[in-house]
Design a protein around this ligand. Sequence first.
Ligand code: DGJ
Length: 734
Amino acid sequence: MKRTLLSIALCCLGILMVKAEKTVIRIATQANDLLLQVGDNGRLYQTYFGERLANGSDLQNFAWNVYPASDGAVTRRGWEVYSCSGNEDYFEPALAMLHNDGNPTTYLYYVSHEQKNIEGGTETVILLQDKQYPVSVKLHYVAYTQENVVKTWSEISHQEKKPVTLSAYASTMLYFGADRYYLTEFSSDWAREAQMSSQQLQFGKKVIDTKLGSRAAMHTHPFFEVGIGQPVQEQQGEVLMGTLGWTGNFRFTFEIDNVNNLRVIPGINPYASNYQLAPHQVFTTPEFIFTLSHNGAAQGSRNLQEWARNWSLKDGKGTRMTLLNNWENTAFDFNQQILADLMKEAKKLGVDMFLLDDGWFADGSHERKDDHAGLGDWDVNHAKLPQGIPALCDAADAAGVKFGIWIEPEMVNPNSELFEKHPDWAITLPNRDTYYYRNQLVLDLANPAVQDYVYGVVETILKTDSRIAFFKWDCNSPITNIYSPYLKDRQSQLYIDHVRGVYNVLKRVKENYPNVPMMLCSGGGARCDYEALKYFTEFWCSDDTDPIERCYIQWGFSQFFPSKAMCAHVTSWNKQSSVKFRTDVASMCKLGFDIGLKDLNEQEIAYCQTAVANWKRLQGVILDGTQYRLVSPYETNHMALNYVSADQQKAVLFAYDLHPRFKEILRNVKLQGLNPARQYRVKEINLMPGTASTLEAEGKIYSGDYLMKVGLNAFSSTHMSSRVIELTALGEGR
Ligand code: DGJ
């Protein structure tokens, strides 16, 4: 009896001595942990973001508010997860809200959170509320376990009597504590997309943003890399890679504070965009998608590429059509016969589809002869195409290819019937001289009537002929003369409501026509974000199809996108380069052509036919396999990358010589991702007819181990030359 009483007493004492558990929210993937903790003050803090912790018990070991310095002083306030204006933090907040009584401060306290398993990972939703004002913020995190990618966004709402004004509304905030940080950014321009450059971040803020309205990019793309502790490297080091799913103005703020912590704040650019949020209305921020790699940017890219194909890109697991486009070949100058002949050329090349570009629409006085007129009038141009779209579909049928068509439904030329009927549908200032970008104006997609019209353009075309198999959806102008006739006194919502209007249209298109593949295009690659890509199967990387420039552009985009999403066409840009080189550069992505066969000799045509057949045969490896970037054009005079199929049965190596130097020592290209234990036969493909491979390893068999440790002598010292090498494992299975 005595013993029992003693053990009960000890047990009670034990319970009393157990420290209260901290509320820790673990957002985990296979490789990483992001830990959030409720502080003693009831607010929510990030306590850890890094390699996944092995022991669950360690999650309780983190303190939310102190990091002692060597002199014993407290050097950290705490990394508040969704820091708001007016608090004791003093650095850039995620949220700034002006309440009904004029108070500009918000303090968010943890209320609850839910976590559930979803396909591919876990979803965490955290509810925060202010105690003084009826304001709520829900933080969403979807963690994709295998891919080590997290997608996060926030929902802001309130129940004050009148609208509150939001002047900052980031998607999230992430914090890092390291000695040094290096940013890699992707600056851009027309025909010069995704140019990579790096710099060390120093105290204060570095901001990357755009104000183009109808697209995220042109001057810089909505993605970045941060090297934590060291510059971003391809194969090693900790790298944060992030991208915002928003087809409009975006802003990334990188701020280093007084104690050398870095905060990263991604979101819509609040520039000229104070948002009046009505009571009960929910302001949903765009998704910020990020991965943390511990093996350099290459691993981070593979995480994102895999994630995109599995969970985000429209028809991410489907196949893609090779095509012949007519833009570079004919521009606006074509008729039924010219197009019918091109369809035959498409068939001759062996591609799946003919894609008719700009210039097929608008009749009469608004005829689209060039880019000065006709945008908005989506009836076929009878002067060029008297029998309309059905005749084009007939011609495609007769040639044995599918038929796709170009549209730019969000725009209007003032010289159009649409503008004459609905001048108030265009974004344009009532009281200033109008300035134009490519002679056109952007339609006011904040206006639901305009959304209906734009959706109607797509539907009408698709109803014209059910054989239309593909859209190329262009957007050639940023918003100019920023004023919405529809929004009247709510002009500062235009940038945001416009993009939301675009999504309303795209959602309807996808719901009603889920199986129509679509290419996202924006005067080259100015639209390339993961929100738009929920509705598009692929995007046009650049109007610059010079194969040398394309190597840099494709290298840049490959940091964030799978080759499956990246359209690359063989054209007549850089005629000094061979057709083989141009085709081999395009073949590392989604292959297409935009060239007339009249520009090619018989040998070149035969080469292209073989290259198309090879690409189609290897599409599963190039588009669905794992990509390994091997040799960077930024660091050498060459470029190389290889793809490996999931079963490691097949690999394709692309090796390009850009501008080799005289007497340059050529290093072997060491492959990656092969099965070291298996034997692979090496075969150079895409050879010009009548030429034999000069590759030393041609036809030989090597182990995966050898190919990865010793490599192949795949480079040459000839300017603008290339090799495509197929590797096939002997025998079956792994
Ligand atoms: C810009 C695109 O990038 C081009 O490929 C082409 O479609 C033109 N627009 C047509 O106007």
